[in-house]
Design a protein around this ligand. Structure first.
Ligand SMILES: C[S@@+](CC[C@H](N)C(=O)[O-])C[C@H]1O[C@@H](n2cnc3c(N)ncnc32)[C@H](O)[C@@H]1O
Length: 275
């Protein structure tokens, strides 16, 4: 039997990849925040290798834009979902300095101490174990290297929780709802910092973890576009997805304000660098 996490990856491949590059997903909510985060990443111009983990369709490289054209730097994307990876590979076939490989956070297909910078956006919360993921990050990072990771914080999407659970109750039993609810890792800022300290010594590394919060409003269609690209896996066990979406619309309309339907973003921005 497949684990629910294998289903997450399969769903990213089969369904989510079809609409992941939809402009609403890229320019709204998580997409917009990803762009802000990636643009804030500091490069020291000594990097020879940049590794993006859980690269999906290559969004981080899309945002880096001109920098990707610097052929003195090798850019590597690692991703477990084949459907996402195929889209990324097609975009960058003409770039000799860009390569993509199948892999996960806990199995990064690169040698020890081989990478100058590791980036990742909105993938680390999908891993089965934060500990084995950070162990791998530390293993492949060169001693003087740096890490920039963005992931969801434990309170992310709080305003959406009740409507989603109410709609789920019409389609799933208690155990299935609990499975869906525990699908992603939910860490606070302090908990994340504790995990990083297990692998990065504060005497050698500067470790910053920021909790960035923002309430964003949208109409039902806007929300469904990003939701289908990023979260459809949580309803993989629902047979009649169209009927679920009708029920979800009814529930989300109940929390609508004059500004629209709110979503409470709560993200963690991690930066680790040598002191
Ligand atoms: C929300 S998407 C983010 C993709 C891309 N980084 C971006 O910002 O557009 C999450 C990605 O994490 C990938 N993922 C799931 N489990 C993973 C794991 N254990 N290790 C690495 N990536 C994983 C998914 O397949 C998916 O492509």
């Amino acid at each position: 039997m497949k684990t629910i996490r294998q289903e997450t990856v399969e769903n990213y491949s089969k369904r989510n990849s079809d609409h992941y590059d939809d402009p609403t997903n890229k320019n709204f909510l998580y997409g917009k925040k990803t762009e802000e985060f990636v643009k804030s990443i500091v490069f020291n111009n000594k990097e020879k290798t940049v590794l993006d983990i859980g690269c999906g369709t290559g969004f981080v490289f899309d945002i880096l834009g001109e920098k990707i054209k610097d052929d003195k730097i090798k850019f590597i994307g690692v991703e477990p979902a084949e459907g996402m990876l195929e889209i990324a590979k097609k975009k960058y076939t003409d770039y000799k300095n860009v390569e993509f490989k199948t892999g996960t956070f806990s199995e990064i297909p690169y040698n020890d101490e081989s990478v100058d910078k590791i980036t990742s956006t909105l993938a680390l919360h999908w891993v089965p174990s934060i500990k084995s993921s950070l162990k791998e990050v530390k293993r492949v990072l060169k001693p003087g290297g740096s890490v920039d990771i963005m992931l969801t914080e434990k309170d992310d999407g709080d305003s959406f929780k009740n409507p989603i659970i109410a709609a789920m109750k019409k389609h799933l039993n208690f155990k299935q709802i609990m499975n869906a609810a525990t699908l992603s890792q939910r860490l606070s800022k302090n908990h994340m910092k504790e995990k990083l300290l297990e692998f990065f010594d504060e005497n050698d590394y500067q470790i910053d973890v920021k909790n960035v919060k923002q309430q964003i409003f949208g109409n039902f269609d806007d929300h469904m576009k990003w939701w289908k690209s990023r979260s459809e896996q949580i309803i993989s066990e629902i047979g009649n997805k169209d009927s679920f979406l009708v029920d979800l619309k009814v529930e989300l309309e109940k929390i609508k304000t004059e500004k629209g339907i709110p979503f409470d973003l709560s993200l963690l921005y991690i930066n680790v660098k040598k002191k």
